[in-house]
Design a protein around this ligand. Structure first.
Ligand code: FES
Length: 264
């Protein structure tokens, strides 16, 4: 799932988090040196790193929030993980803001600051672990390629009974495209059995099927490998147990039209 906050397809959040991680750990190291040696130069460096860490964390939070809202699939295990990751990082930020406020008039470092910083770095480590899982297992921010080096594409449409979702020449064999219609996420794919349309929501833990693999009319979820028949929506292999919803497509005058049941 390509990041919505990227530069030339490089997600910005993982790039920017390196700064607050380095600065907050640096704050702890220099303040520990100040505490053990009594040298105020170390405390001054710790203060500067503390300020830089807070600024870096605020900067990194912006693309992180954008990805949490727009990139992480809704109603999924990754959404819950992303929420915990964000809450932990807000706690870390709060701790280092407290330390900065506490140190204002102090030339030296005391035990309260060091304990708070240690707690902050410990929480930062757990948050970083979750962030790693979001990237490396949940594949948030991965710019995938489809068959024939086809690029990920995504479109937003108004909800209607019939929506033109692609040209027939747009998708190569086994390539998929993600279409958003109101709050629905629907994958359009080309298989040996024709064009298919199905929900972008794995019934196991909500993985994005558009980020998976489409082969011989079967789509495989990228998170735990569940496989679904793209024509019937049936489960071909678990851990998923429930079928995915499939939609009707009509091919007409070189274009694909998605048929939806619209209320009202
Ligand atoms: S989310 Fe687990 S297999 Fe799809």
């Amino acid at each position: 799932m390509r990041s919505k906050a990227h530069f030339k397809s490089h997600p910005l959040h993982p790039i920017l988090v390196a700064f607050p991680i380095a600065f907050f750990i640096g704050t702890l190291i220099f303040d520990a040196l100040a505490f053990t040696t009594g040298d105020t130069a170390f405390a001054l460096t710790g203060r500067h790193l503390n300020i830089a860490g807070i600024a870096g964390a605020l900067l990194a939070a912006v693309p992180g929030l954008v990805d949490f809202i727009y990139t992480v699939p809704p109603k999924s295990s990754a959404k819950k993980r992303g929420a915990k990751h964000g809450i932990l990082n807000v706690l870390v930020l709060g701790i280092f803001v407290f330390v900065l406020a506490y140190r204002q008039d102090l030339q030296q470092v005391d035990g309260i600051m060091l304990v708070a910083e240690l707690a902050g770095v410990a929480l930062l480590t757990v948050a970083g672990w979750m962030g790693g899982t979001l990237v490396h297992r949940n594949q948030i921010g991965v710019d995938i390629r489809y068959a024939g080096a086809g690029k990920w594409s995504e479109e937003y449409h108004e909800e209607k009974k019939e929506i033109k979702v692609a040209l027939v020449t747009e998708l190569l064999l086994n390539q998929m495209k993600l279409v958003h219609v109101k709050d629905k996420r629907i994958v359009i794919g080309k298989t040996e059995r024709g064009f298919v349309a199905f929900d972008d929501h794995c019934t196991h833990r909500g993985g994005s099927l558009a980020g998976g693999s489409l082969i011989c009319g079967t789509v495989q979820c990228p998170w735990h490998g569940s496989q679904f028949d793209c024509v019937t929506g049936g489960v071909k292999s678990g851990p998923a147990q429930e079928s995915i919803k499939v939609y009707e497509l009509e091919e007409r005058e070189g274009a694909l039209y998605l048929k939806l049941q619209v209320s009202g």
